[in-house]
Design a protein around this ligand. Structure first.
Ligand code: CO
Length: 500
């Protein structure tokens, strides 16, 4: 495989920014239909359902949110069988969504900067958060969950995407208890897959108390039964969005954030806007045991802010963790408009490998891919194990700081890349790897991604052959409408469409 790029005509940045910004228009319609516009051919042996979550509303009755991460969750599904596809999208009907739609205005402050109208007096001392249910979606043990890290998951009907209510996991989650959006599926625990998730609770130090983070680990069997639940209090404050797993460990990056709670409590800033990365303090790699009796280990290293981890694996006395690090915590400041941001001044997401010597406690790090990238994915069978290929959404190869417009396959053995470039007007989201039935090679499968087209203002699903991205999609399924830029999802082998 060689470095391949699709040539594109040069389009001014302002035009690309405007096309990207159109992808932040709210989608108020909830639709369900068979895809009838396909370029190429849907592989007939691609069978199952692709789910994705992301903000559906970027405004409430015209009152614009401050940050897209504050948008109400809209779940998308595309069900594949016999070379056909059925698409559906629906809002997660959270309590906050229903209240705000009824009121026709913003009633809640949200973590990334959205404030209620009326300035400081309307927001002061109001520390309630709305469960946004917008970050990921997964199907496990017969249940479809819309996930958001600040609270309980919402249960959805996998066929209709109808909201069935909050899930307290059979009484395990107390109201408002954190349950992360970044679960991992261990493909083989004594021959059975397990879902491992965590909840991260910030404990801000008050008076003589130190800041702390309480991390709870959950492990589910294939039927959805909770097998393990164990909690740890780790010194220091951070935001834990994602983790990696190995057969024995759950691994977190606790990057050093300082915060100033006063503007938040006073209603001037959101909680996240009060965070600042403090590069003078070390990043801690927190390694928690999957086995509740196992040891906790914490290693110091240096990093920027980390949202997403790609993977981790054990190799004798070394533990390798791959993660996307930003030189600074990306913020949208109170006076800024996210539609006008110049992405060229944002810190770049860089993929690094951290290699921990568990005997000596030393950590070495090296670049895996220095361009701007994020949303790493891999073959599900390699989760927590040595792996060769990681799939990224990345800036075009000739641009260092840019909007992510490509799906890039990085060969970790050779360092080479294989790129599908959707520029100038295509904006792909997380690319999920779907193994080909009976496929043996690590890259024998398809990549599925929802792509926003900023020229036509509609979305499509592209299917790429993971062995050859540069040839372009083997199928592009055009939707009749757009979905705003979104976050994470899953592919499951069950077909949740209507009867053909
Ligand atoms: Co994420």
């Amino acid at each position: 495989m060689t470095m391949t790029t699709t040539p594109t005509t040069e389009v001014p940045f302002e035009q690309i920014r405007a096309a990207f910004a159109r992808g932040y228009q709210s989608q108020r319609q909830e639709l369900a239909y068979w895809i009838d516009e396909v370029e190429g051919t849907i592989p007939p042996d691609l069978h199952g359902t692709f789910f994705r979550n992301g903000p559906g509303l970027l405004d409430v009755n015209g009152q614009r949110l401050h940050h897209p991460i504050d948008g109400d969750g809209m779940v998308f599904s595309m069900a594949f069988a016999n070379g056909r596809a059925f698409v559906r999208n629906r809002f997660v009907r959270t309590k906050g969504f229903l209240e705000e739609q009824e009121a026709g205005k913003i009633l809640y402050r949200s973590p990334f900067g959205t404030q209620k109208p009326g300035g400081m007096l309307a927001n002061i001392f109001d520390l309630r958060l709305k469960n946004l249910a917008n970050t990921s979606v997964t199907y496990w043990g017969g249940t479809l969950w819309a996930l958001w890290e600040g609270g309980e998951p919402h249960r959805l009907d996998p066929y209709t995407l109808e909201t069935l209510g909050l899930d307290d996991l059979g009484g395990i989650l107390s109201p408002g208890k954190e349950f992360a959006a970044h679960y991992r599926i261990d493909p083989d625990v004594a021959g059975e897959p397990h879902l491992v998730n965590f909840g991260s609770q910030m404990k801000l130090g008050i008076g003589f108390q130190e800041d702390a983070t309480i991390i709870t680990i959950y492990e589910f069997d294939q039927a959805g039964k909770v097998l393990k639940r164990h909690a740890y209090q780790i010194p220091g404050f951070s935001v834990l969005h994602d983790m990696a797993i190995t057969p024995n460990h759950c691994i977190f990056f606790q990057t050093p954030l300082d915060y100033n709670a006063i503007p938040y409590v006073l209603g001037i800033q959101s909680i996240v806007q009060s965070f600042r990365l403090n590069p003078s303090r070390p990043t801690r790699i927190v390694v928690l045991p999957r086995d509740p009796e196992g040891p906790v280990n914490i290693y110091d290293t240096k990093s920027g802010f980390i949202f997403h981890l790609a993977n981790a694996f054990e190799d004798g006395n070394t533990l390798c963790v791959d993660a996307v690090s930003y030189a600074d915590f990306p913020q949208i400041e109170p006076g800024e408009n996210f539609l006008d941001l110049d992405y060229r001044r944002f810190p770049a997401g860089e993929l690094w490998r951290y290699t921990i010597d568990t005997n000596t406690g030393t950590v070495e790090r090296r670049f895996l891919y220095p361009g701007t990238c994020d949303f790493p994915t891999l073959h599900p069978q390699n989760q927590g194990r040595p792996y060769r290929y990681v799939y990224l959404v990345a800036a075009p190869p000739d641009k260092t700081r840019w909007v992510v417009q490509t799906i890039t396959k990085l060969d970790l053995a050779t360092g080479t890349t294989d790129v599908w470039n959707a520029a100038p007007y295509g904006f792909p989201s997380e690319a999920l790897f779907v193994p080909r039935p009976d496929g043996m090679a690590e890259d024998d499968g398809w990549l599925l991604s929802l792509v926003y087209d900023g020229e036509q203002h509609r979305s499509s699903v592209v299917i790429l052959d993971a062995r050859d991205l540069a040839q372009g999609p083997i199928a592009r399924l055009q939707m009749k409408h757009h979905l705003p830029h979104g976050f994470h999802g899953c592919f499951v082998p069950d077909y949740f469409g209507p009867e053909a």
